[in-house]
Design a protein around this ligand. Structure first.
Ligand SMILES: [Mg+2]
Length: 377
């Protein structure tokens, strides 16, 4: 079996085409730049796999600079020479190189490397990533959720019309950004969504307990399907209090980095879903452990990504589809980032609010390397 022979890191800025704010910060403004870090992993037989990370500093502590320096200076040197099959060893080596605090250290940097190795392994096996992970190629479509950015009835109505015309059934909105409008927004989404559509509110840690209680109760009566990360990620005990005061389905995102983080919430009965997000969780390998916990606890999945790039989007879809999950997936990068130069086949794969996966070996897409180099910073 071959070994990991070379790891190349490409820090790039991609054009933002639309502004995106949430309760804890912003992913960028229209006309601005989105930081992405691509990883090209080559093995000793010349096989290649690609991975990617998209740090958002208003959302978590990693930056373009820290992901790049962590990969180049610490993680890549720690894993060179490992057998390519050894994902357990890969994560052990990364853990030794960049240690942990209360949770995993530098998960976005880890995820890019883990993703590249999984892409390479699935290609070596001649299998799509979802088949390589133990799933079926027959599960090949993921329904996306459209991310709403407005905060009043009129703009939500217009955005939903545009989303529905583009083929979207499911909608998510960012709560606690303009809290006085949260109820109006939730009512508008619920009124306009089609039968079978999923209404998903994400507060990105934006409420204090008394507001979360009030909003949770109102959202419950409106029929919002899930309230994600209502409280600050380190406020575990407050989630217990919120749980006892509303029956709205709850989820955590920022608080669910490693498998043990999710286990704690699931074991305490504080969450109704696992939100799968590969870059938050340090890659596909730790995500599989989170999914195992969710399955053992009888909890269904949701999929999300904070303006993740197209490579990550397909990797997440492959991972969730391996477990039969077909949506909704709030993988909204296409709404906010122009990746057309580096993924010229994107529109053949993502259309009608749906990702259509082929049976091609690996993640199913790779960046155009020449184009990618023109974006390197
Ligand atoms: Mg979230």
């Amino acid at each position: 079996m071959s070994n990991i022979a070379a790891i190349e890191i490409f820090p790039v800025h991609l054009p933002m085409i639309r502004s995106f704010s949430f309760a804890s910060g912003s992913a960028g403004k229209a006309g601005g730049r989105a930081p992405h870090i691509f990883v090209k992993l080559t093995d000793s037989d010349g096989g290649v796999g690609w991975g990617e990370g998209r740090p958002v500093t208003g959302w978590s502590p990693e930056t373009l600079e820290t992901v790049t320096s962590t990969l180049r200076g610490y993680l890549a040197p720690a894993v060179i020479g490992l057998p390519v099959t050894d994902r357990w060893g890969l994560h052990r080596a990364m853990q030794r190189a960049i240690g942990r605090g209360p949770s995993m250290g530098q998960p976005i940097a880890r995820a890019a490397l883990d993703m590249a190795l999984h892409d390479l392994l699935a290609k070596r096996a001649g299998l799509s990533l979802r088949a390589f992970l133990g799933g079926s190629d027959q599960h090949n479509r993921m329904a996306l959720s459209y991310t709403l950015t407005g905060h009043d009835r009129a703009s939500i109505g217009e955005e939903m019309e545009a989303g529905q015309a583009a083929g979207f059934l499911h909608f998510n909105f960012k709560a606690a950004v303009a809290p006085e409008t949260d109820v109006e927004v939730a009512e508008t989404v619920k009124e306009r969504i089609a039968v079978g559509g999923f209404v998903w509110a994400d507060a990105n840690q934006g409420y204090q307990l008394h507001n979360a209680r009030r909003v949770g109760q109102v959202f419950e009566s409106i029929g919002v399907d899930v309230l994600e990360q209502p409280l600050p990620a380190d406020q575990f005990e407050q989630m217990r209090s919120l749980r006892s005061s509303t029956a709205i389905p709850l989820a955590v995102d920022e608080a669910s980095v490693g498998p043990a983080d999710f286990l704690r919430y699931a074991a305490a009965g504080l969450v109704d879903y696992l939100v799968v997000k590969i870059t938050r969780s340090g890659g596909i390998w730790p995500t599989l452990q989170q999914i195992a916990i969710a399955e053992a606890g009888g909890l269904p999945l949701l999929v999300s990504g904070l303006t993740d790039g197209f490579l990550t989007k397909l990797a997440v879809c492959q991972t969730a589809l391996a477990y039969g999950f077909a949506g909704p997936a709030a993988l909204n990068g296409s709404q906010f980032t122009d990746e057309s130069a580096i993924f010229p086949t994107k529109r053949e794969i993502e259309y009608n609010g749906t990702v259509h996966l082929s049976d091609a070996p690996g993640i199913g897409v790779q960046p155009d390397e020449d184009a990618l180099r023109t974006f390197v910073v």
